[in-house]
Design a protein around this ligand. Structure first.
Ligand SMILES: C[S@@+](CC[C@H](N)C(=O)[O-])C[C@H]1O[C@@H](n2cnc3c(N)ncnc32)[C@H](O)[C@@H]1O
Length: 303
């Protein structure tokens, strides 16, 4: 699954093209959850709940397939051999680098948890997992999966055509360890406490102020604990004003700025950079169209 070993150097010559990581596809109908949501069904709503693309039924279905579908749902052809179960892979990295020490709380925070697969996988190791996401629809989906363990969704086939699948949380995971709440990564509650591990997977280039988020991490991670940040660094001004981008521009001195270098500068007072990994992921857009992207994973240890 991991395509190469340590690479924390911004001068890395890119072996992989980062393909079409525009998650903000056209929003279609927005769905709300019914009171009988334990039947694991979504109810259509005619008016949009918000303009957030992550509240759209299209992205909800896409993320359920991405999180729980594995290769059999996400690629029907003899295509890429890796890039499946990305959220599980991020949780596995957290577990691998986490130092089990009595002084470090067995608590994990998954910020931008989407539909929860990484949070559930983190519960294999951590006694308590908190998943936070800005999307109400995603958090409600996490709660349905926590309660019921499974949920139906519709993977896009072609145009309006879809096929039914069921997202299933692996039965050997203690789902009661997970707690989900809506929240803003740039304005997190002050009472979250300390964590042994914070995961921020493909979040930073969707934030209005990624630096504010990075600066908060020192307060969230216990000394000796870790923070795992993954990103394809697809900064776009629809999510992040250009003057807040961590990288992907030429500065006033004519120097190219890369996000990993800005992250090193912002995080280095409180964190040591332990390792970097290239981690591909594949998202099914239709039965015949996919996004294949390589996230850069950086692992940081709290000083
Ligand atoms: C690209 S998705 C990544 C989801 C998941 N971590 C993964 O790796 O598949 C970005 C996620 O961040 C969430 N998000 C966007 N802005 C946020 C914010 N300000 N605070 C918390 N979550 C946010 C979105 O709702 C979405 O679930």
């Amino acid at each position: 699954m991991l395509s190469s070993n340590s690479n924390c150097d911004s001068s890395f010559s890119w072996k992989h093209a980062v393909c079409a990581a525009a998650f903000a596809g056209g929003a279609v109908a927005v769905y709300k959850f019914s009171k009988d949501r334990l039947k694991n069904r979504l109810q259509p709503k005619t008016k949009g709940e918000t303009d957030n693309p992550y509240e759209s039924v299209a992205l909800l279905n896409q993320y359920l397939a991405f999180n729980y579908g594995g290769p059999s749902v996400n690629c029907l052809f003899d295509g890429p051999k890796d890039g499946f179960d990305f959220p599980k892979a991020t949780a596995d990295i957290c577990v691998k680098y986490f130092n089990r020490d009595a002084s470090i709380p067995s608590r994990a925070l998954d910020i931008g948890c989407a539909v929860g697969r990484a949070s559930f996988e983190l519960a294999r190791e951590f006694q308590e997992v908190i998943g936070i996401d800005y999307s109400h629809g995603f958090v409600k989906t996490c709660d349905v999966l926590k309660q019921a363990g499974s949920m139906e969704y519709e993977a896009p086939v072609e145009g309006d055509l879809t096929e039914k699948h069921t997202a299933v949380v692996p039965s050997d995971i203690d789902r009661t360890r997970c707690h989900f709440q809506t929240g803003d990564a740039c304005n997190l509650p002050l009472n979250l406490g300390k964590f042994g591990c914070v995961l921020a997977a493909n979040l930073i280039c969707r934030l209005p102020s990624p630096t504010d988020f990075l600066l908060r991490l020192g307060n969230l991670v216990e000394t000796g604990g870790i923070c795992v940040i993954t990103s394809p660094y697809t900064f776009m001004d629809t999510f992040t004003p250009k003057n807040k981008w961590l990288g992907g521009y030429v500065d006033k001195n004519g120097q190219e700025v890369r996000a990993i270098d800005t992250m090193k500068r912002v995080l280095s007072p409180q964190f040591d950079l332990v390792d970097c990994i290239d981690l591909p992921f594949l998202i099914r857009e239709t039965a015949r169209k996919h996004q294949w992207t390589v996230a850069h994973v950086s692992i940081w240890k709290r000083k």
